[in-house]
Design a protein around this ligand. Structure first.
Ligand SMILES: [Mg+2]
Length: 377
């Protein structure tokens, strides 16, 4: 079997000016990403996502990978990492290189699954897994004024039993947001917070200590992604698990996070970390330091499908049934048709669970009309 065609398909969606949403660092109105479609000589099609802007992802795929991919056996998927780290020598850890690799790698796994008739999570060595627990990614900072409790009430009404909220805009606001979310979620729900790297370590420390009484399951990116000494300092001083990884790309960056336990939880994004092959390697490294893995998902439905298959494959080591700590899957609650309209059967988190597709490969069918609707080239 060999790959005969590679296409990049940039997608974009915007909300009107003034209605942006975001985090403590700022607002955005545009959502853009890039799909990669591979086709083999027997007509099998595989899909992957480079979670990166269309023009950059397209140029990276075409300049650095297209020649190596056409003619490649998709079962030789791990050779892509060699291409990434050695062929564009010096560029391997770059976000756009790893995004391009992610898309091609995931598309290869989709093809492998379809050709052997198994879902990707089984190919990655996972046990049979039918559903995951989604958590609502919500309480974004918004340009339009709205009551802070509204989005978390909506998430609970939609069936979510866990949530992650944006904080990081100052001590008092952090406490108010966390207290509000905890009141509405109830005492038993998992509640996570995301500071989006907006603090220096001493500021993050003050906030972390102030919100600890609300039983926070993890603090995400309390300091900027590059500030690994800051992560280590907080891990030693704070009694709440520290998470990071959405802004780390490739095995070497994750190794630095995992070594010496800079964080308690790593969060690879399947559209940027290097794909399923790299994510599996990251999960293996994480297990050696007893670090948990919870994928970051702010992607289109294709990247979400990859994250679901990956999450379903991750071992629960070292837990037994006596210490339940379910895999939590991020489910972005913001308006994004690239997530909600791109599949014939969209992922549905209502009811507090999300089904893991059992069909071969990623187990998804692309809605061709939606693809054309949001195409940005
Ligand atoms: Mg985050």
């Amino acid at each position: 079997m060999e790959i005969t065609d590679i296409q990049t398909i940039p997608l974009a969606h915007s909300v009107p000016e003034g209605q942006g949403l975001g985090d403590a660092r700022g607002f955005g109105t545009d959502r853009g990403t890039t799909l990669v479609r591979l086709e083999t000589d027997d007509g099998t099609v595989g899909w992957g996502e480079a979670f990166a802007p269309g023009p950059i992802a397209t140029a990276t795929v075409e300049e650095l990978f297209a020649d190596a991919v056409v003619g490649m056996d998709p079962f030789a998927v791990e050779s892509l990492a060699e291409t990434a780290y050695t062929d564009p020598y010096h560029f391997g850890g770059d976000v756009f290189v790893q995004s391009a690799v992610s898309a091609i790698d995931v598309a290869c796994w989709d093809i492998i699954g379809k050709s052997v008739g198994r879902p990707v999570h089984r190919l990655l060595g996972g046990t049979h897994c039918e559903e995951l627990t989604p958590y609502a990614s919500t309480m974004y900072f918004t340009e339009v004024d709205r009551p802070i409790d509204e989005p978390i009430r909506e998430a609970v009404a939609a069936g979510f039993s866990a949530a992650k909220i944006k904080i990081g805009s100052g001590l008092e606001a952090d406490v108010e947001r966390v207290r509000t979310a905890r009141e509405i979620l109830g005492d038993d729900a998992d509640l996570m917070v995301d500071m989006n790297g907006n603090y220096r370590p001493h500021q993050a420390l003050r906030s972390a200590r102030a919100i600890a009484e609300y039983d926070v399951a993890w603090i995400e990116e309390p300091v900027p992604p590059e500030n690994e000494s800051g992560y280590r300092e907080l891990r030693e001083k704070v009694d709440v698990p520290i998470a990071a990884g959405e802004a780390h790309y490739g095995r070497f960056a994750f190794k630095r996070l995992i070594d010496d336990r800079a964080v308690d939880i790593v969060q690879p994004n399947l559209g940027r970390c290097g794909g399923l092959s790299e994510a599996r390697l990251i999960a293996g490294m994480a297990s050696t330091e007893n670090v948990a893995v919870r994928p970051h998902v702010w992607n289109s439905a294709v990247g979400m499908a990859a994250a679901i298959q990956f999450a379903a494959s991750v071992s629960n080591y070292p837990h037994t049934r006596h210490v339940p700590e379910p895999m939590l899957l991020e489910f972005d609650r913001s308006e994004n048709p690239l997530r909600s309209e791109l599949l014939e059967t969209p992922f549905d988190p209502s009811g507090g669970t999300i089904d893991v597709p059992q069909e071969p490969g990623l187990g998804i069918e692309i809605d061709r009309d939606a693809l054309e609707r949001y195409r940005a080239d």
